[in-house]
Design a binder for this molecule. Sequence first.
Ligand SMILES: NC(=O)c1ccc[n+]([C@@H]2O[C@H](COP(=O)([O-])OP(=O)(O)OC[C@H]3O[C@@H](n4cnc5c(N)ncnc54)[C@H](OP(=O)(O)O)[C@@H]3O)[C@@H](O)[C@H]2O)c1
Length: 327
Amino acid sequence: MIALIGSFQLVLFMMRLTIIGFGNQAKAWSQNLQDSAFPFRVALQPDSASFDKVVELGMETVEIGSKEFFEDRAFVLLTPDDTHHSFMTTYGQLFHEGSLILYNHGFSLSKNNFQETLPHLKHILFAVKAIGSEIRKQYLSKGQFGAVYSLEFVKGGTDAIETWIRKMAKDLGVNIGLFKTTFLHETQADLYSEQGLLCSLIPYTAGEMFQHLVESGIEPELAYLEVWHEMKLIAIAMVDKGPEGFFDLISPNALVGSEKGFQKLITPEFKSNLRSLLTDIQSNKFNQELENTNVEELRKTIRSRWSDSSLMKTFNIMKAKEENEKT
Ligand SMILES: NC(=O)c1ccc[n+]([C@@H]2O[C@H](COP(=O)([O-])OP(=O)(O)OC[C@H]3O[C@@H](n4cnc5c(N)ncnc54)[C@H](OP(=O)(O)O)[C@@H]3O)[C@@H](O)[C@H]2O)c1
């Protein structure tokens, strides 16, 4: 019995991961796992334009829905979240009993309750906290990024699965964590950070400030360096030093200015608006708003908002200069 458990654990430890999709996350995951010699293959829709590229990279491919596709026992769903429901409705019943289905974000399971509709599968959260391009970049530069996981819907065999996940995380380049959470917590924290800070306040405040500077006669190159490029360097210092260390580092002018900005901008109204974003996420109001939104139309609108902006034009000029200087 001990030998049997031992060999089962060994098989699980060596188990191949099928990466479904070849988009932002999947490209980075597959390249990192390839470099770390972790066993994986890439599953694509029969008409996917990515087949040639994946083969060119020397990776194994499989067609989603083919007989070979269902032979494996571990899958990660790296397609857009809004495709998960139809994917699981079409294929969910066809996976072997006990197959591991990994989700890189808790959103689709929290919304669709796959653990109830497909109870023969082991639904696992394994969420990497970085955008795809950074997962690859940080791996290559031996930088840092984190991940969280949840085995809350797995009954039995969790130790062996956790060992496999930890090995996969290490080979993927995760070196902060793994931290345990739940699908729901990851979903709420992720949506809130996108809405309140990462994808709203940061880019839009920078955009507004760039506009103000340029309209008042400041050279666009200087405005770009101040509000866009330096943001990256400041963020690195904040993350490296922590909030206390960061405020110890900044100059007296910056310190006094920071306090003025804090008092003027972070008003009770701002705080209340910020908190309301979380309330809307937790009450499912945001989910309803999402359902009523044509995402492709919205993407077009936002893209044209930025493509017409002087910040975008300056960004393109600065990038071209950077490229010229490299050569
Ligand atoms: N974007 C990020 O960096 C980021 C960050 C954190 C977490 N996540 C999470 O990671 C997951 C993947 O996100 P992503 O942004 O990497 O996805 P993505 O780039 O939009 O995924 C595109 C890939 O998904 C495939 N695909 C699209 N619809 C499909 C369908 N109906 N059936 C099968 N394959 C389909 C596409 O196939 P074709 O090749 O056929 O077009 C393509 O290979 C999501 O859960 C997301 O929340 C993403």
